[in-house]
Every structure is written in C-alpha cells, then in structure tokens.
Design a protein. Structure first.
Length: 214
C-alpha cells in the first residue's frame, strides 16, 4: 500500500513545474500605468481643461474626480490581491470608496428633482453622451490589463473579480476623461460620470468570470 501511494504521488507531481508567484507591485504598476496611458491619450486627443492649465480648481470637480480616482485605485488593488489567493486576504477595502462615490449620483438625483438642473435638455444629453462614450473608451485599456492579469492568477471568486475589474477600469477611465471634461455640475458628474463606472462594472461582471475560471 505504501509503495502504491508513493507511486501515485510521484505520478501526480512528476510533470509539475514551479511557477513564479505573481508580483503585487508589478500588477498594480501595470494597472496604474495603463490608467496613465489612458489619461495621456484623452488629453492628447481632446485637450486639458482650461482651468487645470490655469491652476484654478473647482471644489466640486476636485472632490468628484478625487473620489473616482480613489475608488479606481482601491478596486484595482483588490483585483490584484484577488489574483493571488491567500488565507486571510481582505477584499473589502474598496467598499468604503464605493460608498463615498455613491453619494455623487444620490446628490445628483436630489438636485435634479429639486429643479436644479435640466437633465433632458439637448446640451445636457450631448455632453453626457460624450462623457459616457469617451470615458468608457478610456476604461478599456485598464480593463484589458486587469483581465489579462487575472488570467495569469487564480481568483477564487471570479464573479466579484469581474465586477471589481469593471469598477476599477470605469473609475480610472472617468478620472482620465475628467482631465478634459469641463463640466463642474454635480448633476452631470453624478449621473453621467457615475454611469461609466456602472456600465463597466456590469460588463466586467458579465464578461470576466468565464475568462478566469480554473
């Protein structure tokens, strides 16, 4: 029996080869590097906000853009950690950032219901769709990098990994486009910019899990 067990173990491990662990530093550098490339692409194609160039920063813009950047980094960090499953890993750090970002669409709805903004005006819709399309396009580089990284790893919760990949990509994509978008209206930011994050999150939840199952 002992001999048979040893032979079985030898057969099971005989063709295994050591695998180099994924580096957290390398993973997060790829994610943030792709976000920088997206930001450079947006500003190169569409230009930088005039007030940023002049050093005149709107408080609403700074708050909203900072929240999206914080959520993007927090979600990206969680995705990288999820690709390297270990006992005791905490995957909930992004929740607080998401909770703060959620205040933006809530504020937008409250203000719009109070008549503080005309959501259905042609100008509002055109500007919103521009943010939705360009912000979404800016998200895809980060999204593809995170998905490729997950495929190298072994995430134990593919559904959550997909959702967070979309949240990270959408948030960083919105941050990139915010360097160009000159709109400081909380209703515009809360609804249209947040919509990019929501759509990318839904895309990640639907597309990523089949690609990273093991």
């Amino acid at each position: 029996m002992r001999h048979n067990s040893d032979a079985l173990i030898a057969d099971l491990v005989g063709k295994l080869e050591p695998v180099k662990p994924l580096s957290f530093a390398r993973g997060i550098s790829y994610a943030l590097g792709s976000a920088c490339v997206a930001a450079l692409a947006v500003t190169g194609l569409f230009g930088v906000r005039a007030d940023l160039l002049a050093g005149d920063f709107d408080p609403v813009y700074l708050l909203a853009t900072g929240l999206f950047l914080m959520l993007g980094i927090a979600a990206a960090v969680t995705v990288i950690v999820m690709s390297r499953p270990q006992v005791g890993n905490d995957h909930g750090g992004w929740v607080w950032a998401a909770a703060m970002v959620t205040l933006l669409p809530i504020a937008a709805v409250i203000i719009s219901l109070g008549g503080g903004s005309d959501l259905l005006s042609r100008d509002s819709i055109v500007r919103g769709l521009e943010c939705l399309m360009v912000g979404g396009a800016a998200s895809f580089l980060v999204f593809s990098i995170l998905v490729a990284w997950l495929r190298q790893g072994a995430p134990t919760a593919p559904d959550r990994a997909g959702l967070l990949s979309g949240i990270a990509a959408g948030s960083l994509g919105v941050f990139a486009f915010s360097l160009h978008c000159a709109d400081n209206d909380i209703v515009h930011i809360g609804l249209w910019h947040s919509s990019v994050v929501l759509l990318m999150a839904l895309l990640g939840r639907a597309v990523v899990p089949p690609l990273v199952r093991w």
